[in-house]
Design a protein around this ligand. Structure first.
Ligand code: HEM
Length: 172
């Protein structure tokens, strides 16, 4: 006859999430009158990243210096506003315990920092001669930036819509 196993206290399963009292605290703390600053600020670097690629393509087609100058300004302001958006996101990540506890929030941080590095490279590359910088490396960096910004924005959207981070209380 098989021996019956007696369950001791040390055998009981521990739910690591249940152990975290603040796991469901996911409300935005970086907000102005209840509006999350990160969500408001990311629109600018996203738009300027697309503008940089657009200006590069117009320069390639027309050869008009105006578009090369527009591209260096769009790349620079996109990078600076991206850093500001990144700071508000990083503050949210570090200050809100329910956001800090979730792995996807850290994944978004890594994707976003990679994007910021590419935006910085795209601007820096143009500072020592913005016209010569466009073809081919400026254009290639702008194309890569657009792919990365789409990935970052899509992933940030997942944090908000799938995990309800930065909005109200998380579901799980
Ligand atoms: C250092 C970097 C960053 C960190 C730590 C970070 C963190 C976060 C967090 C925690 C959220 C969830 C919502 C919230 O709590 O506000 C979020 C959302 C989002 N992030 Fe970031 N982020 C960073 C940079 C960026 C950048 C550079 C972009 C794009 C240019 C971006 C795009 C987004 C988008 C589109 C959302 C969804 C916003 C919404 O629809 O409400 N993030 N991010």
């Amino acid at each position: 006859m098989p021996e019956e196993k007696v369950e001791t206290e040390s055998d009981a399963l521990i739910d690591p999430i249940g152990e975290m009292p603040d796991f469901n605290k996911t409300e935005s703390r970086m907000a102005l009158a209840g509006h999350p600053i990160h969500a408001m600020s990311v629109a600018f670097p996203v738009a300027l990243t697309f503008c940089t690629l657009g200006a590069d393509v117009f320069y390639w087609i027309t050869g008009d210096l105006f578009w090369a100058r527009a591209a260096v300004w769009a790349a620079g302001t996109g990078f600076v506003l991206g850093m500001i958006a990144g700071l508000s996101g990083a503050a949210e990540l570090l200050l809100v315990s329910g956001i800090r506890a979730r792995a996807p929030a850290w994944t978004h941080f890594i994707i976003a920092v990679t994007l910021l590095a590419i935006l910085g490279a795209n601007w820096g590359h143009r500072l020592s001669g913005y016209e010569a910088a466009v073809l081919p490396y400026g254009l290639l960096l702008s194309g890569l930036s657009v792919l990365m910004v789409m990935f970052t924005g899509w992933h940030g959207g997942k944090l908000v819509f799938d995990y309800q981070l930065g909005t109200s209380k998380g579901k799980s």
